[in-house]
Design a protein around this ligand. Structure first.
Ligand SMILES: [Zn+2]
Length: 231
């Protein structure tokens, strides 16, 4: 009996974990690493200076190192970088560091993975101002539907993680945004990416294979085929 082509197509698509701090060698995983970390181990990485670590970092050195490492084939994104209004580091410094890292992302044509705490409008304003050529992915999205819609209107992508298992508000947003802008992740949790997919598929009333198609298609659109190494 011939297997319907649709089935073969979806069967082949791997799990995609767009942002994790713990590698499991399952499907496509973007392991988040700090600047200077070794990046030659057959793993795909996002690399950047997190706003939490700005204060203790020698900035010029770190930025030079990021620029150097960004040329490595294992680096698929600059991140997580962004703005966090819940930390002591001033907004001005955070924006300066963000701009510098964004410049490196543009230079190497790497998508950006964003960390955002109470700074949706700051980052939306920066996006309008910078008009980036590289895609932006807001990781761990937990904002309002209105925020989600504003970011999507700018062409940004939203990645959802464990909040999908817990927060009613996030579940609702997830159900309402267009599929072409979705990613899924585990971040620093011990949750399995399969469980995030399971919940996400349930919320959107589709099967997991269909969801895998959606996320994989988005992945290839944003990252090209260079970063589709699977574990
Ligand atoms: Zn993270």
């Amino acid at each position: 009996m011939a297997i319907p082509p649709d089935y073969v197509f979806s069967f082949m698509h791997p799990w995609v974990n767009i942002h994790t701090h713990k590698i499991r060698n399952l499907g496509i995983e973007l392991l988040n690493a700090n600047i200077g970390a070794p990046v030659n181990s057959g793993v795909t990485f996002s690399l950047g200076l997190h706003p939490w670590h700005i204060a203790e970092t020698r900035l010029e050195e770190a930025l030079k190192m990021l620029d150097k490492q960004a040329g490595n084939q294992a680096i698929c994104a600059v991140g997580e970088i962004g703005i966090d209004r819940a930390i002591a580091t001033s907004l001005e410094i955070q924006i300066r560091v963000f701009n510098a890292q964004h410049h490196i992302a543009e230079k190497h044509r790497l998508p950006v993975i964003l960390h955002c705490v109470r700074a949706w409008s700051d980052l939306a304003a920066l996006h309008k101002q910078m008009n980036p050529k590289v895609p932006w992915i807001f990781h761990g999205f937990n904002g309002s539907l209105q925020t989600a819609q504003q970011l999507i209107k700018l062409g940004c992508y939203l990645s959802f993680g464990t909040a999908l298992l817990q927060q009613a508000k996030v579940k609702e947003v997830f159900q309402k945004i267009p599929a072409e802008y979705l990613f899924l992740e585990t971040d620093d949790s011990d949750e399995k990416i399969e469980n995030i997919y399971q919940k996400a598929a349930e919320l959107r009333h589709i099967c997991i294979d269909e969801l895998k198609d959606i996320v994989y298609t988005n992945f290839v659109k944003v990252f090209g085929t260079r970063c589709t190494k699977t574990g």
